[in-house]
Design a binder for this molecule. Structure first.
Ligand SMILES: Nc1ncnc2c1ncn2[C@@H]1O[C@H](COP(=O)(O)OP(=O)(O)OP(=O)(O)O)[C@@H](O)[C@H]1O
Ligand SMILES: [Mg+2]
Length: 398
């Protein structure tokens, strides 16, 4: 698939912008702070309903405006569709597909698929677990858009359950007598039900990603494929995502059991201590954890490998994809729809060899969007359509 058109209204630094894009490579070049990342961020937003830079939508709306609109035309095989998103601060976003009624933003998930590489990816390897959880969950949603609802519900349940734990802790501390755990048990059941399903999806994803990550790491780094992924769960029965995976129903029971086990500690601390929101994805190189051990270059290779592996899992590249027998993945998932690759400012970060290897690996994709501050940072194989970015403006330059 590819994006043939992007228009923006009051998105980031753009009052308006209209860009016709080409299949194959597109390079956006302009000095720092001119609005290159803003453009590709908008395209990523249409695919994931999130930004790779900020957790909330407010900064996406141009300062002084009260809503932003992103419209994209997406070509997939013989078909094209138009997706329009309206982003309003502090309110639910709305979406329109092919000029139909405005509906829930979530309904656009699955129409456009992107894999975005950015300097921020280094934090996947070196940073805290929440970035890695987000990585997994975003990929789950790209594979199964329906999971977005599940993840949103789980987040809400954990928040409410934690608020309840905090208030129960208050009651206990002020000597308000024995704590009534009836309401807590209702939240436990709901959290376990959602948490079990999320765990099942994450474990299946880790298993499916593992061979792709090892292969991609070997390709970008020129080293042996010793990059390994395992899942580390706060729920012991969940295992580490290798071997036979437990069923979702069993995971639900396991989450509930782990919560019961942790109850007194949870009441003591006033925090939800068990479930997918406390888990991590462990990245290892040659048997040592990448975080804390890997060199800067190795960490970069690992981050690139995670993105390349995501691309292949979503059906990109020519290698057969290994989406395993996972009944919950979308049975209609169109794995022929090569996702759009976005490389935001990554070539400047890489040494010559890694740069050449990455360029070679991504060049055959259906569409690649590259941003760079100077033209020399765009590898020759990715110089297709060229755009010059100046404040508030994008101009086709070749
Ligand atoms: N909501 C907003 N309203 C107005 N301007 C904004 C908004 N958000 C960001 N900007 C401006 O957009 C510019 C940054 O754009 P962007 O991140 O796309 O730059 P870039 O071309 O990718 O730069 P670099 O090469 O440094 O990565 C900054 O000048 C910033 O002030
Ligand atoms: Mg940028």
């Amino acid at each position: 698939m590819y994006v043939s058109h992007l228009s923006l209204l009051d998105f980031r630094s753009y009052a308006t912008a209209d860009v016709a894009l080409e299949p194959g490579p597109n390079a956006f070049v302009g000095r720092n702070g001119q609005g290159k990342t803003n453009l590709v961020e908008a395209i990523g937003y249409v695919a994931t309903l999130g930004s790779h830079r900020v957790a909330n939508d407010t900064p996406l709306i141009r300062a002084g405006a009260d809503r932003a609109v992103v419209r994209t035309r997406i070509v997939r095989g013989e078909r094209a569709s138009t997706v329009e998103l309206e982003i309003t601060a502090g309110k639910a976003n709305r979406a329109r597909v092919n000029r139909g009624q405005l509906g829930r933003a979530r309904d656009v998930l699955g129409i456009l698929r992107t894999v975005l590489f950015a300097p921020e990816d280094l934090a996947l390897v070196k940073g805290d677990p929440d970035g890695r959880r987000r990585f997994l969950d975003q990929l789950v949603v790209q594979l199964l858009p329906r999971a977005a609802g599940l993840l949103g519900d789980y987040e809400r349940v954990v928040r409410q359950r934690s608020a309840l734990l905090k208030s129960l802790r208050g009651v206990r501390r002020s000597g308000g007598g024995p704590v009534d755990t009836g309401t807590l048990e209702v939240w436990d059941a709901r959290a376990a039900q959602l948490g079990g399903q999320i765990l099942a999806m994450r474990l299946a994803l880790v298993q499916a990603l593992r061979p792709h990550v090892a292969a991609a790491y070997a390709q970008v780094s020129d080293a042996d494929g010793d990059a390994e992924l395992t899942y580390r769960s706060s729920v012991p029965e969940a295992g580490d995502g290798t071997g036979d995976l437990p069923a979702a129903e069993d995971l639900e029971k396991a989450v509930l059991a782990a919560m019961t086990e942790a109850r007194s500690q949870e009441l003591e601390r006033g925090v939800s201590l068990v479930g997918p929101h406390r888990d991590d994805l462990v990245l290892a190189l040659g048997g040592l954890p990448a975080k804390g051990y890997a060199s800067h270059g190795e960490s970069w290779s690992f981050a690139l490998a995670l993105r390349l592996a995501s691309y292949r899992l979503l059906g990109g590249g020519d290698e057969p994809e290994h989406v395993p027998d996972a009944a919950f993945w979308d049975p209609d998932l169109d794995t022929d729809a090569d996702p759009v690759l976005i490389l935001d400012d990554v070539f400047a970060e890489l040494d010559v060899r890694r740069r050449a290897r990455l360029a070679e690996l991504v060049a055959p994709a259906r569409q690649v969007l590259v941003t760079a501050a100077v033209p020399e940072d765009v590898p020759a194989g990715l110089l297709g359509a060229r755009f010059e970015v100046t404040p508030g403006q994008v101009r086709r330059a070749g």
